[in-house]
Design a protein around this ligand. Structure first.
Ligand code: FAD
Length: 376
C-alpha cells in the first residue's frame, strides 16, 4: 500500500507519462517541458538504469557511412535516405547545443568507412557515387565534400582493406554520460524519473488512463507516450517493431596506441572506435540475423568469435591485447528503417523504431513527438 506522501509526489497523477528512459524518452521529456514548463511529466523505466540500447551502444555520433547510405537509396529511395540523414544531422546539432562537449566526452575524431575488396568490386564506380552523395548531402552538411577518400589508408595499420573514406563531421561520445546528463537536465526541469518500474498495460478510465505496472502500482495520466523502442510491440497490437541484438567487445589498452576515430565497415554491420588506447568493436549481426532477432540481453560465442576474427584480421593484426568487456544491447527495427512517430489511439502516442543510429536521431524524433503531443 502506498503512503499519502508517495501518492502525492512520486506516484502523483501526471499530464504525460513516458514509458522508457532511453534517449528518446529523455529527449521527449526535455522538449515537452521546454514547450510547457507547467506540464507534469513522469518517466518510468523497467531497468534500474535505462536497459535497451541507449546505455549499451558504441557512442558513435554519426549520420551515415557511404555504403550504408547507398544501400538505403536502393531500399528506400533517395528522398527517404536524405530525410534520415537530415534528421540525424539535426539531432547531432541539438546534442552539441544542449551539452558541453566535455560533459558528454564528445570528440570530433572523424568518421571513417573501411572499404574491403568485396565492396570495391560491388561498387566499381565508388568514386562517382561519392561525388553524387556529396552533392546530395551538401545542403544538409553545408560542406562540398562531406565524404572523401583518405590519401594514405595504409597509415592506419589496418589489413585486408582496399581504401578508406573519411567524414570529418562525425565523432564519438560517451553514451553513459549523455544519458546521465539528460537525466539530470530533465530532473532539474521537474520531471519525475522512476526506475525498476515497467508498464504492463494501460486502460482508458473516463477521461484519463490508468497504467498498470509490474510492481502492482497503478499510475494515472492524461497522456501516455511509449518510448520503449524494441520492447514496444508488447504494449500495442498495432506496433510492428522487431528487436535486433547488437553485441560489443572491448580490448585492453594496447601498447603503442590505436587508430583514433569512429570506423564503419560492411554497410555499417561492423563498427569500431578507440576508447583511449582500447578498441571498442561491435556488430557482426549479419552473420546470424535470425539468432540476433531477439530482445534477450546476452552475448553469444558465435558473434563474439566473428568480432574477434575481425579484430585479428582487419583492425589489430599482429597486436597483443585481451578482451576485457563484452555486452549487448537491443535495437528496435521498423519495417521501413524509419522511426515510427504517431498517435496509436486516443491519448496514446509512440516514438519508437530508432534502428542502429539512434544517438543522432533521438533528439529529432523526440521533438517531433513532443510537437505532436502539444498540438493535440
Ligand atoms: C550494440 C549497439 C550499438 C549501437 N551503436 C550506436 C552508435 O554507435 N551510434 C548510434 O547513433 N546508435 C547506436 N545504436 C542505436 C542506439 O543506441 C539506439 O537507436 C537508441 O539508443 C534508441 O534509443 P531509445 O530511447 O529509442 O531506446 P532504448 O534506449 O532501447 O530505450 C528504451 C527503454 O525502454 C525501457 N523499457 C522497455 N520495456 C519497458 C516497459 N515495459 N516499461 C518501462 N520501460 C521499458 C528499457 O529499459 C529502455 O531503457 C546502437 C545500438 C546497439 C544495441
Amino acid at each position: 500500500m502506498l503512503s499519502i506522501w508517495e501518492k502525492q509526489t512520486f506516484f502523483a497523477p501526471t499530464d504525460v507519462l513516458i514509458a522508457g528512459s532511453g534517449f528518446v524518452g529523455l529527449w521527449s521529456a526535455y522538449f515537452l517541458k521546454k514547450a510547457n514548463p507547467s506540464l507534469r511529466i513522469t518517466i518510468i523505466d523497467k531497468g534500474v538504469v535505462p536497459t535497451g540500447a541507449s546505455t549499451r551502444n558504441a557512442g558513435f555520433a554519426c549520420f551515415g557511412s557511404v555504403t550504408e547510405l547507398l544501400s538505403d537509396v536502393e531500399t528506400m529511395g533517395r528522398d527517404s535516405m536524405l530525410e534520415l540523414v537530415e534528421k540525424r544531422f539535426r539531432g547531432l546539432q541539438t546534442i552539441f547545443e544542449t551539452f558541453k562537449a566535455s560533459d558528454i566526452h564528445y570528440e570530433q575524431c572523424g568518421g571513417y568507412e573501411l572499404i574491403t575488396a568485396r565492396e570495391h568490386d560491388r561498387y566499381p564506380d565508388l568514386f562517382e557515387k561519392i561525388a553524387w552523395l556529396n552533392d546530395a548531402v551538401s545542403p544538409i552538411t553545408r560542406k562540398k565534400h562531406t565524404y572523401r577518400f583518405v590519401d594514405q589508408p595504409k597509415a592506419f595499420g589496418f589489413e585486408n582493406i582496399h581504401s578508406i573514406i573519411s567524414n570529418e563531421l562525425e565523432g564519438g561520445l560517451h553514451s553513459g554520460w549523455l544519458c546521465r546528463m539528460l537525466l539530470l537536465k530533465v530532473q532539474e526541469m521537474g520531471v519525475v524519473v522512476l526506475s525498476a518500474l515497467a508498464i504492463e498495460a494501460f486502460n482508458h478510465i473516463g477521461d484519463h488512463l490508468e497504467i498498470a505496472t509490474d510492481q502492482g502500482i497503478v499510475l494515472k495520466t492524461n497522456y501516455l507516450l511509449i518510448c520503449t523502442n524494441a520492447f514496444a510491440a508488447k504494449l500495442h497490437a498495432s506496433v510492428n517493431i522487431s528487436p535486433a541484438r547488437g553485441q560489443v567487445l572491448l580490448t585492453s589498452p594496447i601498447e603503442g596506441g590505436v587508430p583514433k576515430g569512429a570506423f564503419h565497415c560492411d554497410e555499417g554491420f561492423y563498427y569500431f572506435r578507440n576508447l583511449g588506447d582500447r578498441i571498442l568493436l561491435g556488430g557482426a549481426r549479419n552473420k546470424a540475423f535470425n539468432e540476433e532477432a531477439t530482445a534477450e540481453l546476452a552475448v553469444t560465442d558465435r558473434i563474439q568469435s566473428e568480432l574477434e576474427l575481425f579484430l585479428r584480421q582487419v583492425v589489430l593484426p599482429g597486436r597483443s591485447y585481451t578482451i576485457t568487456d563484452r555486452w549487448s544491447g537491443i535495437m528496435g527495427m521498423s519495417d521501413e528503417k524509419k522511426p515510427v512517430i504517431r498517435e496509436l489511439e486516443q491519448h496514446v502516442y509512440c516514438a519508437i523504431g530508432l534502428g542502429g543510429m539512434g544517438v543522432a536521431l533521438a533528439p529529432t524524433v523526440a521533438l517531433e513527438v513532443a510537437d505532436l503531443l502539444t498540438q493535440r
